[in-house]
Design a binder for this molecule. Structure first.
Ligand SMILES: CCCCCCCC/C=C\C=C\CC(=O)SCCNC(=O)CCNC(=O)[C@H](O)C(C)(C)COP(=O)(O)OP(=O)(O)OC[C@H]1O[C@@H](n2cnc3c(N)ncnc32)[C@H](O)[C@@H]1OP(=O)(O)O
Length: 328
């Protein structure tokens, strides 16, 4: 028997056996994120689902945090796969409409929600595996870096155009803020330093580099790359299909999702107390730093983004983005 529990933010659907599904609803009723949990395996899946680009708005940040907290509160769950319902975009980073001509009350709330997302994801007791099927620019890259393990698509997914002229789809990842005429937030920049090392990060930040999968792997920005050529039906691995939300069921034979599932399974088998304690060794001091400087960081961000020159750059960037999308 299925039971549906409704609250203002969360909709839980308690399904068969040990499976629990829940969605965090947006104001318009769409599910911004969809969560599934398998208590037997100790694994959860959190699928970002904010078309068209999974960009991070205030509500999206809160939805991810709420879902993650709900999964964390279940003692049977040890690991979670962070994925996207869009096969070509993991997350396009911050929703730029939050930055352009912002409302003075909403802007600090928005930034606080992003800081909270950093604290919750980076400091989660769960081992988080990012399944990066598509692009992950700017805060999309930050999301991935705040996880414990990153698997990126090698990009050989079908292609566009058809025939011999097939255009290869190559996803990219990186902190490209300088290309937008803004600087990456200090804690995001520092996360890049911790992930790929000082010199690589210094260069990547200055240039706003977006790395293709092979380069991302070679500098350690991702831990593995995987083809997305769907395997034969027989290669479907047990448990994955049940964990995928209904909108992503076709991903069960996707080698990238399978690799993410295997990695999450491996994490779930490690003695949790030892795993969490070792995570704190490398992350706790950075989390404390963020908490200590949170208000100052919000003030810097609001002051920076509302500067006339920065607004001018952002407006031009959004216009270019919209006209590119219209030309398609
Ligand atoms: C003193 C020190 C102070 C320090 C202060 C620090 C201040 C820091 C401030 C800000 C930090 C910002 C970090 C960010 O994350 S900014 C956002 C950066 N993101 C991007 O630049 C990505 C932009 N998007 C893209 O490059 C592409 O969309 C891509 C993700 C590569 C996908 O390309 P494609 O598949 O070709 O899709 P389209 O470009 O056609 O886009 C599809 C639709 O999605 C909309 N979209 C895309 N990105 C965003 C976004 N970030 N926000 C909102 N909307 C987005 C796009 O407009 C299309 O929409 P539509 O079809 O309706 O036109």
């Amino acid at each position: 028997m299925n039971t549906v529990i409704r609250s203002q933010l969360l909709r839980f659907s308690v399904g068969r056996g040990q499976q629990f599904r829940f969605s965090t609803a947006a104001a318009n009723g769409n599910d911004l994120v969809i969560g599934t949990v398998d208590e037997t395996l100790g694994i959860a899946m959190l699928t970002m689902n904010r078309p068209p680009a999974n960009s991070l708005s205030l509500e999206m940040n809160e939805a991810i945090c709420t879902s993650l907290k709900t999964m964390e509160s279940n003692p049977k769950i040890q690991s979670v796969i962070l994925s996207s319902s869009n096969p070509k975009i993991f997350s396009a980073g911050l929703d730029v409409s939050e930055l352009v001509s912002p409302h003075p009350d909403r802007l600090p709330k928005f930034w606080n929600s992003l800081q909270q997302l950093y604290l919750d994801l980076y400091g989660s007791r769960l081992a988080v595996v990012a399944a990066i099927q598509g692009h992950a620019p700017a805060a999309g890259c930050f999301l991935a870096m705040a996880c414990d393990y990153r698997i990126m698509s090698s990009g050989d997914i079908g292609g566009e155009g058809g025939g011999d002229m097939k255009k290869r789809f190559v996803p990219t990842i990186g902190l490209n803020e300088t290309q937008l005429g803004i600087a990456a937030p200090p804690w995001m920049g520092q996360l890049l330093v911790r992930t790929i090392g000082f010199r690589q990060a210094e260069l990547a930040l200055a240039m706003g580099t977006l790395f293709p999968p092979d380069r991302a792997l070679s500098i350690g920005l991702v831990d593995a790359i995987e083809s997305e050529q769907h395997g034969a039906e027989s290669t479907i691995i047990e448990g994955l299909s049940e964990l995928l939300p209904s909108i992503s069921k076709d991903q069960a034979s996707n080698p990238l999702m399978q690799k993410a599932f295997k990695q999450a399974t491996t994490f779930a088998k490690i003695p949790p107390h030892a795993r969490v304690a070792s995570k704190l060794v490398t992350r706790q001091s950075h989390i404390h730093d963020m908490i200590a400087t949170r208000d100052e960081d919000t003030a810097h961000f609001c002051g920076f983004v509302t500067q006339e020159a920065v607004q001018k750059n952002l407006i031009a960037y959004v216009e270019a983005m919209k006209s590119k999308s219209k030309k398609k």
